[in-house]
Design a protein. Structure first.
Length: 273
């Protein structure tokens, strides 16, 4: 019989494998207890982070609802389709992370290269004025973040958008595809010249300010088509202007005061001439 003091010899094949649960200081995940601990800890972390994400998403849903109620319905946006779309398109996905908490505020926000994503009310107003129909083809000049294009693409399947700043065009194109707006075709070019390949357009929306209407754009507008443009000084305020092509003539309606970033490129050369 072995007593205290006598060294217990353990035969190698009888060695207990799970005695400490640690091997060389590391957690031994072949230990059932540690496996349970590991699974529970992972579950806890998953639940914790998904509840945080859900809380953030809920905040965006509620902010969007308030924006529709106060800033759109509270003004003169009455088109139910426009209101429904504005309540659905996630504007916070079109701005940088640090601006997401103010994505539904009643003002424009900076995007890259000194440009801006328009105020939600202005996006809704321009969309409402254009009375776009599902079978109509629309051209946007000034893709910027891609937000206005996303809103338009909820009405019609054929949205073409031109952005003069290559980086912005690429970023918006990637973002729109990631968000599932595969029906927006983006091109990096000077929108002054329109997009001849896909002309004529039922609707042309210009989201940068010019002091004249680029003639190639009115040429690419269909008979009965509508074009909207912030027209006037490119350094201060402009007048949101609606042009309708009626029997080849342009019917001009001046609507309201707005402030957009300038159309650059050929439009500015025109000003210098
Ligand atoms: N519609 C955009 C906001 C437009 S900001 C949105 O929803 O986010 C105006 C954009 O017009 C800027 O990105 C600017 O780079 C672009 N722009 C300026 N001049 C242009 C031109 N000649 N052709 C195409 N885009 C132009």
């Amino acid at each position: 019989m072995r007593r205290n003091g006598s060294k217990k010899r353990v035969l190698p094949w009888k060695k207990k494998v799970y005695d400490t649960g640690y091997e060389n200081g590391y957690l031994n995940l072949s230990c059932p207890l540690h496996q349970i601990f590991y699974i529970l800890a992972s579950l806890f972390l998953i639940l914790f982070f998904s509840s945080q994400i859900n809380a953030a998403e809920d905040r965006f849903v509620s902010a969007r609802g308030k924006m529709v109620k106060n800033d759109l319905k509270g003004r003169d946006i009455t088109d139910p389709k426009v209101l429904e779309i504005m309540g659905r398109v996630e504007r916070h996905r079109f701005v940088d992370k640090h601006l997401q908490s103010v994505a539904y505020a009643d003002h424009p926000l900076p995007i890259d290269e000194g440009q801006t994503i328009s105020q939600p009310y202005i996006v809704a107003l321009m969309t409402q004025i254009l009375k776009l129909k599902p079978d109509e083809k629309v051209l946007e000049i000034g893709t910027g973040s891609g937000y206005q294009a996303a809103v338009l693409s909820e009405i019609t399947n054929t949205v073409y958008s031109i952005e003069i700043r290559k980086n912005l065009a690429e970023k918006a194109d990637t973002r729109l595809k990631e968000l599932g707006y595969g029906n927006v075709k983006v091109k990096a070019a000077d929108g002054y010249f329109g997009w001849e390949e896909y002309a004529p357009f039922d609707v042309i929306i210009i989201t940068c300010a010019a002091n004249h209407i680029p003639p190639p754009l009115t040429k690419q507008l269909k008979e009965g088509g509508r074009l909207i443009i912030p027209l006037g000084s490119t350094t201060y305020y402009q007048t949101l202007t609606l042009i309708t092509k009626i029997k080849g003539e342009l019917d001009v309606q001046h609507l309201t005061g707005v402030a957009f970033v300038p159309m650059v490129g050929e439009a500015q050369k025109g000003r210098e001439r």
